[in-house]
Design a protein around this ligand. Structure first.
Ligand code: G3H
Ligand code: 13P
Ligand code: NA
Ligand code: ZN
Length: 316
């Protein structure tokens, strides 16, 4: 069956690597995640956002996840698979996911005043732990893609809050804000300017306050430039798309960061390959052809992440 995050995080923190958390909304994404995990022998977190539930139907996604576990076992693999709610925004949503069989949930109260975040997170933890479901909380706000000056608008996690938050809520992991953001436009760079480094100084302070506690990094796509170029070459217009350099993610994975969330890179890979395939095969109209091309590229991308960036390959 599905596993919660407790054991896989413990091993990842002590082993100096991070578990990949890949979002899925459809069958091809889910198949790619499972195949890449099996081929690299990596534990994996398959995560579902509220947007995914609205797109694909909550019941459908739940049974797809169950099917994915069954498929992996039929293939002879025992890789740990965790089904996680990404960015849960209410107790009721978390409760619905727990009741339907998720093994882990995120309650994202990061936009709330501190005490409200504590109370909401505590409430979800109390419910979830009755069913051995693990809970991810968040402190600090990730920058929005629309922000002019990224560093002025993001609210980094305050290290002096983390110990109190973890103690009062009983969460199993903590998402933090150290300079990443969601989407494909993470930094607004002037001509010739380089991507600013993540705030590893803040991460270090957080680690000192809660030694060995599992830390989560959202917004961790690298925005692979070869995909951006392919998309633009075949009719797309993604101008100035930029992400977190792989070297910085490697550095994060070696720390107490034990879950790294990646969604945008997969979206870019799929879009690049669908555009390329359709442009080069004008006579084809079978969705299996272009979605198959997208799925193959997703597998290659995720294997690359597991093997060379997160270090989760071989850790199942
Ligand atoms: O953090 C956001 C994830 O990339 C999921 O995105 O809410 O559009 O499904 P979504
Ligand atoms: P990216 O947009 O960088 O892929 O981040 C995904 C994420 O944090 C999902 O929760
Ligand atoms: Na780590
Ligand atoms: Zn996120």
């Amino acid at each position: 069956g599905l596993v919660n995050t407790r054991d896989i995080f413990k091993k990842a923190v002590s082993g100096g690597y991070a578990i990949p958390a890949y979002n899925f909304n459809n069958m091809e994404q889910l198949q790619a995640i499972i195949h890449a995990s099996i081929e690299t022998n990596s534990p994996v977190i398959i995560q579902v956002s509220n947007g995914a539930r609205n797109y694909a139907n909550a019941t459908m996604l739940r049974w797809m996840a169950k099917g994915a576990v069954e498929m992996a076992r039929e293939m002879g693999s025992q890789v740990p698979i965790c089904l996680h709610l990404d960015h849960g925004d209410s107790f009721e949503l978390c409760q619905a996911c727990i009741d339907s069989g998720f093994s882990s949930v995120m309650i994202d109260g990061s936009h709330l005043p501190y005490e409200e975040n504590v109370a909401l997170t505590r409430k979800v933890v109390e419910y979830a732990h009755q069913f051995d479901v693990t809970v991810e909380g968040e402190l600090g706000v990730l920058a929005g893609i629309e922000d002019e000056v990224q560093s002025e608008h993001s609210t980094y996690t305050q290290p002096d809050e983390v110990e109190d938050f973890v103690k009062k809520t009983g969460v199993d992991s903590l998402a933090i804000s150290i300079g990443t953001s969601h989407g494909a436009y993470k930094f607004k760079l002037a001509e010739g300017e380089e991507v600013p480094p993540l705030r590893f100084d803040i991460l270090k302070e957080i680690e000192q306050r809660i030694p060995g506690f599992p830390i989560v990094l959202h917004g961790a796509s690298s925005v692979v430039q070869s995909y951006v170029q392919l998309i633009n070459q075949y009719g797309g217009h993604l101008d100035g798309a930029v992400g977190v350099p792989e070297e910085q993610l490697r550095q994060a994975a070696a720390s107490a960061v034990c879950k790294i969330n990646i969604d945008s890179d997969g979206r870019l890979a799929m879009t690049a390959k669908v555009r390329e395939y359709l442009a080069n095969n004008a006579e084809e109209f079978d969705p299996r052809k272009y979605l198959g091309a997208a799925r193959s590229e997703l597998i290659a991308l995720m294997k690359h992440k597991n093997e060379t960036v997160l270090g989760s390959a071989g850790k199942a």
